[in-house]
Ligand binder design. Structure first.
Ligand code: ADP
Length: 394
């Protein structure tokens, strides 16, 4: 008999709920709510035609989750939820209790776009399914292996200790899974590979994975650092937020709102955060969208370069996430700019990447490329289900 895990994943602009067989990764029923907060939220169940959804994540989940559950007959063993920030306290998948939710809530200031909706999501799902165990699986867990020189900020050590300031790194569930996918494709253990993994979705990060372990991440103490993202600014001179407060008259809350919700691609384009829309507008000649893509690619290129340098050598560069999997343009720009790093880019392969529905990995470099480049279909639901299932059976 197949036992299922209901995986609920709150992204910054989307919610995905999947009934997953943790042994095979097969999804028996799936719900996807996209473009939340844009005024044009849409829902798809089992990839049927999209229909309109409430813009509010809680309302959308309450309305459509029962519909998903009615579509299968195998027993559900547990629910599993992606939680972005586990802080120092949570490094392993954790059975959720009221006390755990309260502890997670105390970390919300470190991931204001993510932890609050995930905690809210766990509460909503627990209400709908009160008899099931509910697991939280953390995006920070995979990065516990980042060495001190890469996880420490150059601030006074007493301050670092007092406020538990350090680089945590995020998207760990995705980076770990992606590297495993590439290793499976190459038929070698992930412990034999050095990989630079690029997760490019609503949030974006680069991670250096040295023989299966994370050794550097572009994201920091919070998921605000690093690349240009959909509404987050990424790297910034730390003097800028100070200047905005001293000279611009901004309050602390206004600065936080500005940097997390109104910057990045959204800020650069004057209000467009979805990469599909930005690419479309850029093709039609929109100047600010063109510049936003240039800036996005420039910062990504810089970050990939620094992560390659940290490992001295890499076998593979891999793209995943909504932009990584779907934007031929971003992959082409990066591959062409990195030709001196041993990438032999294959344009045709890039154009057809992941076009076969069952395909999990496509190589977009040609035979003989010293640094091989892959596109990997993310399947965070399976990665999360596996974690929860293994803890369920411990
Ligand atoms: P989240 O981080 O919210 O889970 P996803 O990983 O689903 O988000 O990625 C969302 C991003 O992927 C959006 O910016 C979306 O525009 C982008 N995206 C999806 N499809 C395409 C496409 N065909 N071309 C370019 N970008 C795309």
């Amino acid at each position: 008999m197949t036992e299922l895990i209901l995986v609920v994943n709150f992204g910054s602009t989307s919610i995905k709920a999947d009934l997953v067989d943790p042994k095979t990764g097969d999804s028996q029923a799936a719900l996807s709510i996209e473009r939340l907060g844009s005024g044009q939220a849409s829902v798809q169940i089992n990839h049927a035609s999209p229909s309109l959804a409430p813009d509010n994540p809680a309302q959308a989940l309450k309305q459509f989750l029962p519909n998903l559950l009615n579509r299968q007959h195998d027993p559900i063993r547990a629910t599993a939820h992606r939680v972005v920030h586990g802080g120092d306290e949570f490094t392993e998948p954790t059975l959720v209790s009221e006390q755990v939710l309260e502890q997670l809530d105390q970390l919300s200031h470190l991931a204001p776009l993510h932890n609050p909706p995930a905690i809210n999501g766990i509460r909503i799902v627990s209400d709908i399914l009160p008899d099931l165990p509910h697991f939280a699986v953390f995006d920070t867990g995979f990065h516990q292996s980042i060495p001190l020189e890469a996880s420490t900020y150059a601030l006074p050590t007493t301050l670092l200790k007092r406020h538990k300031i350090r680089r945590f790194g995020f998207h760990g569930i995705s980076h770990e899974f992606t590297v495993e996918q590439v290793a499976a494709y190459l038929q070698v253990p992930s412990t034999d590979l050095k990989v630079v993994s690029c997760h490019l979705g609503g949030g974006c990060s680069v991670c250096a994975v040295d023989r299966g372990k994370s050794v550097a991440s572009s994201m920091g103490m919070t998921p605000l650092e690093g690349l240009v993202m959909s509404t987050r600014c990424g790297d910034l001179d730390p003097a800028i937020p100070l200047m905005l407060q001293k000279v611009g008259g901004y309050s602390v809350d206004e600065v936080e709102d500005l940097l997390t919700r109104r910057s990045g691609l959204f800020g650069l384009t004057g209000g467009v955060s979805d990469f599909r829309d930005i690419e479309r507008a850029a093709r039609q000649g929109n100047h600010s969208c063109r510049q936003a893509i240039d800036l996005f690619c420039h910062r990504l290129l810089q970050s990939i370069g620094s992560h390659l340098a940290v490992m001295n050598h890499a076998d593979a560069l891999v793209f995943t996430g909504g932009i990584g999997e779907n934007s031929q343009l971003v992959r082409q720009r990066i591959c062409e700019r990195l030709s001196n790093f041993g990438i032999q880019y294959d344009h045709h392969q890039n154009e057809i990447a992941l076009s076969v529905s069952e395909q999990l990995v496509t190589e977009v470099t040609s035979a003989g490329s010293q640094l091989r480049v892959f596109v990997s279909r993310s399947n965070e639901a399976w990665a999360i289900a596996k974690c929860a299932f293994s803890h369920l059976n411990q």
